[in-house]
Design a protein around this ligand. Structure first.
Ligand SMILES: [Zn+2]
Length: 327
């Protein structure tokens, strides 16, 4: 009988389900829209029935599902298995999701914040394989983060640690949705790139970016800015250099604080790697204290879209290995 793990990446837009073996090989995958607006109960019911249908493809005579790992956006109170804060899923606060899934699926369930799951995935099979201390940043619409120390996620007192995106980089910077100003997220996310480009255009700078978007400034996205930058557009190139500078300052703070030597950058914006990485490295060289910056590597995430799902699977694998050792 082959042991397999159910792994789920519960995103604001899509739910991704997979079966993964303990070596990290993905055996099957399924993805469907989350439809958060239908409310918590409907979403959970939908997820449970999709999983049950999906697992039919792995007959119980041949496969044994040893547990389910879930990556979930928001803060998780791990001791109680509840979602304690959930900006992307309104109404999911204080929801005992672990018990609900355990009951519905009749298997041990392990949950983790999605950015943390991403970090565990990269640690298990990606760019941080074999490294015990590292930080992960995901640059998407926002900036997510995970801090791994001594091989495990640093959760903090309430399980909310790792808000790297809300590290303050500029005290008087643009407002952030978290209520603060000048967070890393308002400089290094996809929305930040869009904002910086639009501000420069409104300031009267010339750029081919406007033409690329059919004269509709509102249609500018991080992707169009990166395309323009690759085409040599000065404004677009500068936006990415700026973004890289701020990102570099964020990494400097992490290095100075934690003395970690590996930084993993993932998420959609990391596709523009060559446009910002030199600026990131320049700040690290300039600003780290003493010799702290020596040997620090900044690397692109390697598991792509699968990092979160692999990290969710790793939660289960890790627990089972602990049990095996105890036996
Ligand atoms: Zn913030």
């Amino acid at each position: 009988m082959e042991e397999i793990i159910l792994a789920v990446d519960l995103g604001g837009t899509n739910v991704r389900i997979a079966t993964v073996n303990p070596q990290g090989k993905m055996l099957g995958k399924l993805s469907f829209p989350t439809e958060v607006s239908r409310g918590r109960e409907r979403v959970v019911e939908d997820i449970l029935s999709r999983i049950q249908g999906f697992l039919h493809g792995f007959p119980s005579g041949e496969f044994e599902v040893i547990g389910g790992g879930f990556g979930i956006p928001g803060a998780i109170a791990l001791d109680r298995g509840i979602i304690s804060q959930s900006p992307n899923f309104p109404g999911w606060e204080d929801f005992d999701i672990r018990s609900r899934l355990q009951k519905g699926l009749r298997m041990p369930i392990f949950i983790e914040n999605d950015a943390n799951a991403f970090s565990l995935g990269e640690g298990w099979l990606g760019a941080a394989r074999g490294v015990k201390d590292f930080c992960c940043l995901t640059l998407g619409t926002g900036v997510g983060g995970g801090i791994v120390l001594n091989g495990d996620i640093w959760h903090g007192t309430e399980g909310k640690a790792g808000e790297i995106g809300h590290m303050v980089i500029a005290v008087d910077g643009p407002p952030c949705h978290c209520g603060s100003r000048g967070c890393l997220e308002v400089f290094a996310s996809g929305s930040a790139i869009r904002r910086m480009a639009i501000e420069a255009i409104e300031g009267g700078e010339r750029t081919e970016l406007v033409e690329r978007c059919g004269d509709e400034i509102k249609d500018i996205t991080a992707k169009t800015v990166s395309e323009s930058a690759r085409g040599g557009d000065r404004l677009s190139r500068r936006v990415f250099q700026q973004m890289g500078m701020y990102l570099g300052v964020g990494l400097v703070n992490l290095v100075n604080l934690l003395n970690v030597q590996l930084m993993i950058i993932g998420g959609q914006v990391s596709e523009a790697w060559d446009l910002f990485i030199d600026s990131v490295r320049e700040e690290l060289e300039k600003r780290t204290v003493g010799s702290l910056g020596k040997g620090v590597r900044v690397e692109k995430a390697r598991c792509g879209d699968d990092a979160g799902i692999l990290g969710a699977a790793y939660l289960v694998k890790r627990e089972f290995e602990k049990h095996k050792r105890r036996r």
